[in-house]
Design a binder for this molecule. Structure first.
Ligand code: FAD
Length: 768
């Protein structure tokens, strides 16, 4: 079946308890002629109900996580009703134009939007907080941040008991206080510590019955937790919590778990709000501004309703939201959400028991914990099923697919689509472009840079990801990499794109995102877009023809390797394996978090190293894999190479995936060069050996560097980026005049996954 662009865009902002339900339903019953876009600030979502258990060591962290990369991919990448994931920071919302805006990427359009970005702990009435404070949110990074801080404060004060305070004694704060001791022991061993809870109200677990609160107090007392109730923390500085009655509590570390208020981002949305800044909705969960925007979970407040902010409500809203998204698209009246009157409350006490409350009954038992565990793990299992669903045949797509589409020049994308896209793009000018897209004509007119030879290349590929903006960026970097490898400076580019058949509005948005992504990179490299050609086809393909001016020196051809050069590879290998795994929903979020920044790293700064160092041989490693491109260089340079297998850096996850038999479809063809490789049977079984044939998308550079300059080149590369470069071998004389690669060593470490913290924002505490 031909892939088509769906007509409607359903966008979920924040994938919490309610919106995650939509993603799950989409996988099972995709909405006809619609596409789902999930925007999240992290590639994983966490389930708060299991956080205390994870803290207590009852769960591994990943048990409370939903891998959004895999869940979205399991809907079927590139399929008509695919679910694309955008991990980025939203900066605004244009409700009238129905657009979501980002700080650093093209805006996206929606027909229906559901906002569910949760809440943040309040700091109302607090004068100042210093870095003694650790916020629970973002929950994705909480455990990691906590462990780091525990180690740090213990290092600072090894001589005395550690003093930890929790501000906020709602259900969450109490569970944390009860489960934290296990984590402290797990992290630091059997050390002495003191725990306090500070709460503005004179009670714990507010909202629960008196009997439940009493049980919670007893559990806290049994753990030796000191209660500081009825007093608010107003300042935290230098290890002291100042209270509103003038008293002080000493604390080396303060966990901030106060009541929920609206995330600051909501202030920027031109939508009605309640007194705490949450978005006001009708009982249908739709904004009271009566636009196709829903606000769900903690983020929404239903008019005239006193429903507290809790996950149990957010979960139940999922079903109503799913129905109402479909009704909105069909133009039908919406269903109302009625919050449940009673629900079972279960608080994990971290000791194999839970405090429960239901219809006035209160209990603290082992079976209550077993029940909680059963409910939570069953809930999570629904979201941790990453098996790809066979896409249900959709008559709407098939009808459209069989409509005859013209070929030849009739296969071009409509002129109005193109002119609308160009009007939305911010295309930089360039002194060498005499006639460009500011006044589009039959062709662009460019001036050959004075006295300099021009370097020209073209590259394009089928989109490996469902995010057109990122695809546009990678395509630009991938195309420009060839000119960087020759030491040239790009100044203009022509786009070649095939975009799926669809309505003009959808085609416009897709092309806009792709070209905006490309322009993002061209701007950084000092180039501009001067034209291109876009046709309709079965799937998104993107590429660029690059026009570049050669530098003053001789071009850096593949023939420049010298015997004695050390080979440096500037990016780890494995993009082909990871992208193949992504197609099968097997590329984990933490691996994607390393893969994307690696593919989005420009080779331009690394290529410019040739200006300061004695480097004559250089190429970029792309489709033919490291072995294929190295052999091209060796043939041109009349030399051979010894590769240190254990030094070849791999992207996170590659070793694991290769051992599971995952390989890019081009991998076998790339193995044709094996005849020129000398390898032992044992080395052949090493995942690093397989990675030599892995086709790289936006791969790194391979440089021949004199031994005396290796350290300097590596330190310069480390200054340029976090992506690890490595010496992977040596250029040697060919034994029998036939260039070959000898594999020299066995096994070694893999590049570690990037932890969510590494690319996250600061901890979230509201300034309200
Ligand atoms: C320790 C603790 C334990 C709790 N236990 C329970 C419990 O047992 N039962 C219960 O009913 N409630 C519990 N709660 C309350 C519960 O966590 C919330 O009510 C619930 O998470 C609300 O769900 P949500 O979908 O609105 O938001 P969340 O679950 O917070 O999801 C919001 C999502 O949006 C993402 N996001 C945030 N900002 C942005 C942004 N700008 N752009 C994109 N994405 C963004 C977040 O990363 C997150 O994935 C607990 C709370 C805490 C702190």
């Amino acid at each position: 079946m031909q892939t088509l662009l769906p007509t409607h865009d359903v966008v979920l902002l924040g994938i919490g308890h309610t919106n995650a339900h939509i993603l799950r339903m989409w996988k099972m019953h995709p909405i006809a002629d619609a596409r789902l876009t999930c925007i999240s600030n992290y590639s994983i979502a966490t389930y708060s109900g299991m956080l205390p258990g994870a803290l207590a060591g009852q769960y591994r962290p990943e048990q409370m996580e939903i891998d959004l990369v895999r869940l979205c991919a399991s809907v079927g990448t590139g399929a008509p009703a695919a679910a694309r994931l955008i991990v980025d920071t939203v900066t605004g919302l244009d409700v009238d134009r129905q657009e979501v805006m980002f700080g650093n990427r093209a805006s996206i359009r929606f027909d229906v939007l559901s906002i569910g970005i949760g809440s943040v702990p309040t700091r109302a009435g607090v004068e100042s907080l210093d870095d003694t404070v650790l916020a629970i949110k973002p929950m994705q990074t909480f455990l990691q941040r906590l462990e780091e801080r525990l180690r740090l404060v213990h290092q600072r004060h090894p001589e005395r008991p550690l003093r930890i305070a929790i501000v906020g004694a709602g259900a969450g704060g109490v569970e944390i206080a009860l489960c934290l001791p296990n984590r402290i022991r797990k992290t630091l061993g059997e050390i002495a510590f003191e725990l306090s809870i500070v709460n503005g109200r004179d009670e714990v677990t507010s909202g629960a019955t008196a009997k439940t609160s009493l049980k919670a107090r007893r559990a806290l007392a049994a753990r030796g937790v000191r209660l500081v109730l009825g007093r608010r923390a107003v300042r935290i500085a230098d290890g002291i919590i100042s209270l509103d009655d003038g008293q002080q509590v000493d604390a080396d570390l303060v966990l901030w778990a106060t009541s929920a208020v609206a995330p600051a981002l909501l202030e920027r949305f031109d939508l009605p709000k309640d007194g705490q800044g949450f978005l006001l909705t009708h009982a249908t969960l739709r904004s009271t501004r009566d636009v196709p925007v829903f606000a769900v979970g903690d983020t929404g407040t239903i008019e005239n309703s006193l429903t507290p902010k809790a996950g149990v409500y957010a979960v139940r809203q999922g079903m109503v939201l799913w129905e109402n998204i479909q009704r909105t698209l069909r133009g039908q009246p919406l269903e109302e959400y009625r919050p449940q009157r009673n629900f079972l409350k279960l608080f994990n006490t971290g000791d194999g028991r839970a405090i429960g409350e239901y219809k006035g009954l209160s209990f603290h038992t082992r079976w209550a914990w077993r029940l909680k565990n059963a409910i939570d793990t069953k809930f999570m299992a629904k979201y941790q099923n990453y098996a790809i669903m066979p896409m249900a045949a959709n008559p709407a797509w098939e009808d459209a697919a069989v409509q005859m589409r013209c070929a030849g020049c009739g296969g071009k994308v409509g002129g109005s689509v193109l002119s609308k896209v160009l009007a939305r793009l911010d295309i930089p000018s360039n002194e060498n472009v005499l006639l460009g897209l500011e006044a589009p004509d039959d062709a662009a007119i460019i001036r050959a840079p004075e006295g300099r030879p021009m370097t020209v290349t073209v590259d394009f590929f089928a989109a490996p990801l469902d995010d057109p903006y990122v695809v546009g960026r990678i395509a630009a970097l991938n195309s420009a990499s060839d000119v960087f490898a020759l030491g040239a400076q790009p100044f203009a580019a022509l786009a070649s794109a095939t975009i799926p058949v669809g309505k003009p509005r959808q085609q416009e948005q897709l092309l806009y995102e792709v070209l905006a992504g490309g322009l993002h990179e061209f701007r950084q490299m000092g180039a501009t877009l001067v034209g291109g050609h876009t046709i309709e086809g079965p799937q998104l393909t993107v590429g660029f023809t690059m026009l570049a001016s050669q530098g003053p020196g001789a071009p850096l051809t593949k023939a420049g390797l010298r015997v004695g050069d050390r080979l440096i590879l500037t990016k780890p290998l494995g993009t082909g394996v990871l992208l193949a795994a992504h197609m099968q929903a097997r590329c984990e979020a933490r691996w994607m978090d390393t893969l994307l920044p690696t593919m989005l790293l420009s080779n331009q700064p690394a290529a410019q190293l040739v200006n300061g160092f004695d480097i004559l041989g250089l190429t970029d490693v792309t489709g033919f894999g490291l072995a294929g491109h190295l052999l091209e260089m060796l043939r041109a340079s009349n030399a051979s190479a010894e590769l240190l297998l254990d030094q070849i850096p791999l992207l996170a996850g590659v070793g694991e995936l290769v051992s599971e038999g995952i390989e890019s479809t081009l991998g076998p063809a790339n193995r044709a060069v094996e005849a020129n490789i000398r390898v032992t049977e044992r080395q052949r079984r090493d995942s690093r050996y397989a990675s030599l044939f892995d086709p790289q998308t936006s791969g790194g550079l391979l440089l021949g560097v004199r031994e005396s300059q290796v350290d300097a080149v590596l330190s310069r590369l480390a200054e340029l980026s976090d992506v690890p470069a490595a010496v992977i071998g040596d250029v040697v004389e060919s034994v029998d005049r036939e260039p070959s690669i000898k594999i020299a060593r066995g096994e070694g470490p893999e590049v570690r996954s990037q932890k969510p913290e590494a690319r996250s924002q600061k901890s979230e505490i509201s300034d309200d």
